[in-house]
Design a protein. Structure first.
Length: 189
């Protein structure tokens, strides 16, 4: 049986979900962002479901029970995977990638997402990519060109234009501001 969980965004969420289920005596199988395989032959008793829901709600997570909610989380999880875990530049454009991963026509996914979220898949993808760019700039492990390649931008100029459109700053200006803040906070202590 699978449980679908809203707002799982990192490995810490996976650990939390697994721990909370095991506290209730429910063995888990594979735990992924947005879903967890539970090792039960029948449905989880209502009391345990309620306890689990309350425990994960404290961390901002929520069990999803509707088909629409499950599909929405699957879309978000695939976007997250594309931005955070894609190792190499895909030969597929993003819409083809998402359609292939979820086995739905992209137009359907796009319309569905827009109806439920009151935003577009593209805006969600861009926001996630810009957040990732900021993280990678702060980590200082990659050059801006390497970041552009890693996040599937066609060029550094494309990344820079999109970054500036969203944040109002160029990536290099953002990097300088972060370095100044770090230097200032070190001087203050």
């Amino acid at each position: 049986m699978k449980l679908f969980i809203r707002n799982m965004a990192c490995d810490c969420c996976k650990v939390l979900v697994k721990d909370e289920l095991e506290k209730l005596g429910i063995k888990t199988g594979q735990v992924e962002l947005g879903e967890v395989e539970v090792d039960v032959k029948e449905n989880i008793p209502d009391k345990k479901q309620q306890q689990f829901s309350e425990a994960i709600k404290k961390a901002g997570l929520e069990v999803i029970e509707t088909r629409e909610g499950i599909l929405l989380e699957k879309i978000k999880r695939q976007i997250h995977e594309y931005v955070y875990n894609s190792k190499e530049k895909s030969h597929l454009n993003f819409s083809a990638y998402l359609s292939k991963q979820l086995n739905y026509d992209y137009a359907y996914l796009s319309n569905f997402f827009s109806e439920i979220q009151a935003s577009t898949i593209e805006k969600y993808l861009i926001a996630l990519k810009i957040d990732r760019v900021k993280e990678l700039i702060v980590l200082k492990e990659l050059t801006l060109t390497e970041i552009a390649y890693k996040l599937h931008y066609s060029s550094l100029a494309h990344l820079s234009n999109q970054f500036k459109k969203v944040t109002g700053l160029s990536p290099s200006h953002f990097k300088k501001l972060k370095e100044r803040r770090i230097a200032f906070s070190k001087q203050s202590h």
